[in-house]
Design a protein around this ligand. Structure first.
Ligand code: C2E
Ligand code: CA
Ligand code: CA
Ligand code: CA
Length: 278
């Protein structure tokens, strides 16, 4: 049976398992999804633990697939990386996130930090800082209100990474290390890299209180980060006990289902308005 996807016909092999079939559909459709404007950004609030107010949001991409519905990033970001589509997609994410942040400010809402995830392919491109500079110029967003998130594993080439980060910092933006604690463990780079923030990976946060070792890791990250004058965001905060622990140990910001799931732009706006009133 031939199934039509756009203008290409493919043979559907019934012996193909559902996963392989789904992947094939995704790969074909992914290429067209950008022009068809099928991607959307949702935003997850980041709460300052001292004030309990929203300090920032992280932009998280979803794919509004015409047949499959809302597809989570874990299902297509790796594919987008493999195919190279992550480069134009990542630029779309960056531009859309900056536009949205600027629009919220123009509507009189509080100034927020906008976190945007970078992928390895984007981070390795020579034109990354030019792209970021032109998006900032185009959207008029204050560079200080943009925070790019990279992971430790992207920085294996220390010298090249240092150069890239220095160029990005030169634009006046913020840089955060995502999923901190899960990558390779050369900590010397922390001192050398011009970074602003560590985001403690959810795997350490989830066992706070339950697992003594994970609490020790969280404590150590907080002490080390603060002695290097870095801010810390805890990811995946789901319980009041985790929040209290993080707060009493000086963690700056927190993000997680306890406060809010990622939400569409309009719902974030409502949250911000409610916060202004209350
Ligand atoms: P991430 O950057 O670590 O983003 C945090 C993920 O944790 C998000 O999943 C978020 O919905 C989820 N999360 C937040 N709070 C909680 C919590 O309390 N409990 C649990 N269990 N999960 C929580 P999401 O949106 O599915 O994104 C998954 C990953 O996809 C992201 O992980 C990031 O690596 C990647 N991603 C998302 N958007 C982009 C993007 O625009 N570009 C790139 N390159 N990667 C992206
Ligand atoms: Ca992230
Ligand atoms: Ca993360
Ligand atoms: Ca993660």
């Amino acid at each position: 049976r031939a199934k039509e996807h756009g203008n290409t016909f493919r043979l559907y092999d019934p012996s193909m398992d559902t996963k392989a079939y789904e992947r094939m559909v995704l790969e074909t459709d992914l290429r067209k999804a950008l022009e068809r404007e099928e991607f959307v950004l949702w935003y997850q609030p980041q709460i300052n633990l001292a004030t309990m107010r929203i300090k920032g949001v992280e932009a998280l991409v979803r794919w509004n697939h015409p047949e499959l519905g809302l597809v989570p990033p874990n299902k297509f970001i790796p594919l987008a990386e493999e195919t190279g589509l992550i480069v134009p997609l990542g630029e779309w994410v960056l531009r859309t996130a900056c536009q949205t942040n600027k629009r919220w400010q123009e509507r009189g809402l509080q100034k927020l930090r906008m976190g945007v995830n970078l992928s390895m392919r984007q981070f390795r491109r020579d034109d990354l800082s030019d792209t970021v500079a032109s998006v900032l110029a185009e959207t008029g967003l204050d560079p200080a209100d943009l925070e790019l998130e990279i992971t430790e594993s992207m920085t294996m080439d220390l010298e090249q990474s240092l150069l890239t980060l220095q160029k990005l910092k030169g634009l006046g933006i913020q840089i955060g290390i995502d999923d901190f604690g899960t990558g390779y463990s050369s900590l010397s780079y922390l001192k050398k890299f011009p970074i602003d923030r560590l985001k403690i990976d959810r795997s350490f946060v989830s066992d706070i209180g339950a697992d003594e070792n994970d609490s020790a890791i969280v404590n150590t990250i907080l002490l080390m980060a603060h002695s290097l004058h870095l801010k810390v965001t805890a990811e995946g905060v789901e319980t009041e006990a985790q929040k209290e622990y993080l707060k009493s140990h000086g963690c700056d910001d927190a993000q997680g289902y306890l406060f809010s799931r990622p939400l569409p732009e309009g719902e974030i706006e409502q949250l911000l308005r409610a916060e202004q009133v209350g």
